[in-house]
Design a protein around this ligand. Structure first.
Ligand code: ARG
Length: 365
């Protein structure tokens, strides 16, 4: 696409798709002020939002430095998504001290004791480009490096486990049927090449080379390798105790971090992720909970989405991003904020938000 075509395409999208933040914040004057090499770099970053006009964000960074290099375009988008005013100073702080207050869902209602809980952080190392700009060789080299770290981690009594790779010919390669059953169990990530947003950014390129998952023996500490970010590090449990869940992630993250090159960070945005929605803490914490009354048995999630937003929560179907609610009103709820809040704030938002939704649900039952 020529620079002129880019400008025309983005302006057309802006008129028709008011939710596309890339189009909303694209400034023709700024784009035209860049030299042709920078224009090409920026085009690669925003191409996903041009090819997918229904995008919510519409861009993915290709290198950690992009957030500074293209800040006149990206900073307003980031602030818009994360609801941070244009003048507010951005400085990401962290607080993993999640044991100070109890966030056990059983205290809301004993029925919530089997709720499936998941918390993950996105991390990228500073020694590789971000996934959209990685070659096949770099995907494989990154996976080799991660696999070495996992070999050491597997000696750790608390986090020992095994690495399962999807790279053909790799020593840790798993079969297609094992992959499918791990996807069904919500452990392994889905086929990235089926995601048009990732495809347009080159993030799913060379799939499934360099992709895999580390799993602790008890299967509650997991690390995705080569998905949307270099690493997605997560804890999963089904006992309703958010404090234990966050503690498991924080300790596993600390153990793994020691075995890897430093993570890419930014002074303003904290942990660097490909998608600006994940900057800051890089954290997404979620619960799978049945809310039949608030969703008309899963047939109407729209009303719940609006109600949950008031508590800072996003609602998805239980099958992940872009999926619908399941039978019985099974939905995935998670705090929206990731940037400018701490890990502790996210845990508290999830706990207090689910308490309010549960009160509304049971009042209607
Ligand atoms: N790129 C997609 C969009 O702009 C997804 C954004 C958020 N989701 C994500 N997995 N990063 O709508």
């Amino acid at each position: 696409m020529t620079p002129e075509n880019i400008v025309v395409a983005v302006e057309e999208i802006r008129d028709k798709y008011s939710g596309n933040l890339m189009a909303r914040h694209f400034d023709k004057g700024y784009f035209n002020s860049l030299d042709s090499q920078l224009q090409q770099q920026l085009t690669k970053i925003i191409l996903t939002g041009i090819k997918n006009p229904d995008s919510q964000m519409g861009c993915y960074a290709m290198n950690p430095q992009d957030y500074d290099l293209f800040s006149p375009m990206l900073d307003p988008m980031i602030r818009d998504f994360h609801a941070i005013s244009p003048s507010a100073e951005l400085f990401q702080q962290h607080d993993w001290n999640t044991n100070i207050e109890s966030c056990d869902l059983v205290e809301i209602d004993p029925c919530l004791k089997d709720v499936s809980m998941r918390v993950r952080v996105a991390r990228n190392v500073s020694t590789f480009p971000l996934p959209g700009a990685m070659t096949k060789e770099q995907h494989i080299a990154f996976e080799d490096m991660a696999a070495q770290a996992f070999t050491t981690l597997s000696q750790n009594p608390d986090f020992g486990g095994s690495y399962l790779s999807m790279t053909s010919g790799s020593a840790n390669e798993i079969s297609k049927s094992e992959y499918d059953s791990r996807v069904a169990a919500h452990q392994m990530f889905k086929d990235m090449s089926a995601d048009p947003y990732l495809n347009a950014a080159g993030i799913s390129s060379d799939w499934p080379h360099g992709r895999g998952i580390y799993m602790s023996r008890d299967e509650d500490f997991l690390v995705w390798v080569g998905e949307e970010d270099h690493l997605r590090i997560m804890a999963m449990k089904n006992d309703g105790n958010l404090n234990d869940l966050f503690k498991r992630l924080s300790e596993g993250l600390e153990a793994l971090e020691k075995l890897l090159p430093s993570f890419a960070t930014s002074k303003s945005y904290g942990n660097v992720s490909c998608c600006p929605t994940n900057l800051g803490t890089g954290m997404r914490a979620s619960l799978h909970v049945k809310l039949p009354m608030l969703t008309s048995n899963g047939h109407d999630v729209g009303t719940l989405k609006r109600e949950a937003k008031a508590f800072g929560l996003a609602v998805r179907g239980a099958g992940g991003e872009h999926s619908d609610a399941g039978e019985g009103g099974l939905v995935d709820i998670s705090p929206i904020a990731r940037l400018g809040v701490t890990e502790m704030d996210i845990m508290r938002c999830l706990y207090q938000g689910v308490a309010k939704l549960w009160e509304m649900e049971t009042a209607k039952a």
